[in-house]
Design a protein around this ligand. Structure first.
Ligand code: ZN
Length: 116
C-alpha cells in the first residue's frame, strides 16, 4: 500500500511539471512565436518594399518610363518588361504593394495608408 501512495505522488509531481510546461507554452512561448513570426514577416515585407522602391526609382530616372499612378498596385509586370525588376515580389501576409502620392511604396497590410 505504501508503495502505491509513493508512486501516485511521483505521478502527480510529474503531472504538475507537465502542467507548468503546458502553461508556459500557452502563456509565453506561443504568443512569443506569433509575435516573432509577425515581426519577421513585417521585416521581409519592408525588404520587398525596398526592392520595389529601387526599381521604381530607376524607372523614374529613365525618361521613357511612365510614372506609376498613386494608390494603385505597383505594376510589376511593366517594371519587369522595362528590366528594372528581375523577380516579382509580394507581401507574405497578403498585403498589396502600392505607391502613395509621394511615390513611396507601402503595404496595405503592414504599412497601411489612407487611399483618399
Ligand atoms: Zn506587407
Amino acid at each position: 500500500m505504501k508503495m502505491n501512495v509513493g508512486k501516485s505522488r511521483g505521478v502527480s509531481a510529474y503531472g504538475i511539471v507537465v502542467l507548468i510546461l503546458l502553461l508556459f507554452f500557452l502563456l509565453v512561448a506561443i504568443p512569443r512565436y506569433k509575435f516573432l513570426s509577425r515581426s519577421i514577416s513585417k521585416v521581409a515585407c519592408g525588404h520587398k518594399r525596398g526592392i520595389l522602391s529601387r526599381a521604381l526609382e530607376t524607372c523614374f530616372n529613365d525618361e521613357t518610363a511612365e510614372v506609376q499612378p498613386p494608390y494603385k498596385a505597383v505594376d510589376q509586370q511593366k517594371l519587369q518588361q522595362l528590366n528594372h525588376l528581375s523577380v516579382s515580389v509580394e507581401c507574405g501576409s497578403g498585403g498589396i504593394l502600392k505607391v502613395d502620392k509621394n511615390q513611396r511604396v507601402y503595404c496595405t497590410y503592414h504599412d497601411p495608408r489612407s487611399d483618399w
